[in-house]
Design a protein around this ligand. Structure first.
Ligand code: FAD
Length: 289
C-alpha cells in the first residue's frame, strides 16, 4: 500500500518506533510494534540512526518484520548524508525485496565526522529515488517552525517546496508543542504552493530535561502552557511524564478538530503512548472502532 493513497482516502493515524542499536536483537522493537498493531495504525515508521544512534542496520529488519509478522505497512526512514549512490541503490533494492514500498527520505541528523558524499540535501535524495525507483512512495520531513539550521523561515519554506517538486508524496512534521504554530505553517504551505498532504507529528514530553534537549535539537518552541504543566507536576518524573502525555492528547484532539491530514505519534517505543493516543482519537470521533 502506498501511504499517499491512504492519505488521499482518509485522515491517517500512524506511529514511529526506533530499532535497537548494533547487534541487539530486534525482539523488543517488534514486541512494541505488535502491541501498537492492535490500534490498527495506517502505518508504522522505523527510524534510521536518528540522533546518530547508529541503529540503521536494523531499520530494514524491523520494517520487514512489521509487514510480515504484524501485517502493518512500514515506512522505512532513509538518510543520505555521507551516503554514496551505490549505498542508496543497495538499500532501495533491499527494501523492494522485502516488499516495502514507502520510504521517508531524509538528509539525516548531523553527526561529527560525517561529511556530505553524493547527496547534500534530502531533495537530492528524493529526486534520485524518483529517478531510479519511481515505484516507491516517498515521504519527507517538514518543520512547522522552520529547520533549526535555517534562520530564515521563508527560505526554509522554499526548501520544502523543492522537496515536493523533487517528488515527495507527503510530509511528516517535526514535533511541535504549539498547535497554533502548526496552523500558521499550514497557511504558509498554501502560500508556497505546497499541495501534498502534511501529517502532524506529536511527541509527548517526558520530563523537564527531555523537553529542554528537544527544544535545542529541533528548535521547537516550548509554550508557557507546557512550562506551567511541568511546574505543577512537581519533581516526580512519573508525574512529569503523565503531564506530558495529557498535554499531547489535548494537542491531538485539537488537531483532529482542525482537519489535519494525518496524526503521527512519536511513541519512543512505548506502546502505552500509542494506545492512549488511539483512545483519545476514538473518543473525539477521529477514529472509528
Ligand atoms: P533537508 O531537507 O536536506 O534540510 C536540511 C537543511 O538544509 C535545512 O536547514 C534546509 O533548510 C537546508 N536546505 C535544504 N535544501 C537546501 C539547498 N538547496 N541549499 C541550501 N540549504 C538547503 N534523522 C535521522 O538521522 N534519522 C531518522 O530516522 C530521522 N527521522 C526523522 C523523521 C521526521 C518526521 C523528521 C521531521 C526528522 C527526522 N530526522 C531523522 C531528523 C532529520 O534528519 C534532521 O532534521 C535533519 O537535520 C534534516 O533532515 P531533512 O531531511 O529535513 O534535510
Amino acid at each position: 500500500m502506498r501511504i499517499s493513497e491512504r492519505l488521499a482516502a482518509k485522515q491517517t493515524f500512524s506511529f514511529e518506533i526506533f530499532p535497537p542499536k548494533g547487534d541487539l536483537p530486534i525482539d523488543q522493537a517488534l514486541a512494541v510494534a505488535g502491541a501498537l498493531a492492535a490500534d490498527k495504525p495506517d502505518w508504522i515508521s522505523v527510524t534510521f540512526s536518528a540522533g546518530g544512534s547508529g541503529n540503521s542496520a536494523n531499520t530494514l529488519a524491523v520494517a520487514g518484520e512489521l509487514l510480515k509478522r504484524c501485517a502493518i505497512e512500514p515506512l522505512a526512514h532513509l538518510t543520505c548524508m555521507g551516503s554514496e549512490r551505490a549505498d542508496i541503490d543497495a538499500y532501495l533494492a533491499a527494501l523492494a525485496a522485502a516488499g516495502i514500498s514507502n520510504v521517508l527520505a531524509l538528509r539525516g541528523d548531523r553527526i561529527p565526522g560525517r561529511e556530505v558524499a553524493d547527496f547534500a540535501y534530502a531533495s537530492n535524495l528524493i529526486a534520485y529515488i524518483k529517478h531510479v525507483a519511481p515505484e516507491f512512495c516517498i515521504g519527507a520531513a517538514c518543520y512547522p517552525e522552520g529547520h533549526v539550521e535555517c534562520e530564515d523561515f521563508e527560505l526554509s519554506m522554499r526548501h520544502l517546496y523543492a522537496k515536493q517538486q523533487a517528488g515527495a508524496d507527503f510530509f511528516v512534521t517535526q514535533l511541535f508543542f504549539d498547535n497554533e504554530l502548526f496552523y500558521t505553517f499550514r497557511e504558509a504551505c498554501t502560500r508556497h504552493r505546497i499541495k501534498i498532504p502534511i501529517v502532524a507529528g506529536i511527541m509527548p514530553f517526558t520530563s523537564a530535561k527531555q523537553i529542554q534537549r528537544m527544544a535545542f535539537t529541533c528548535g521547537a518552541t516550548i509554550p508557557a502552557a507546557v512550562i506551567k504543566r511541568i511546574v505543577s507536576a512537581g519533581d516526580d518524573p512519573a508525574d512529569q511524564a503523565r503531564a506530558g502525555l495529557e498535554y499531547a492528547l489535548e494537542q491531538i484532539a485539537d488537531l483532529a478538530a482542525n482537519g489535519v491530514d494525518g496524526i503521527h505519534i512519536y511513541t519512543m517505543n512505548r506502546h502505552e503512548i500509542g494506545d492512549a493516543a488511539y483512545d483519545a482519537l476514538l473518543a473525539c470521533g477521529y477514529l472509528e472502532d
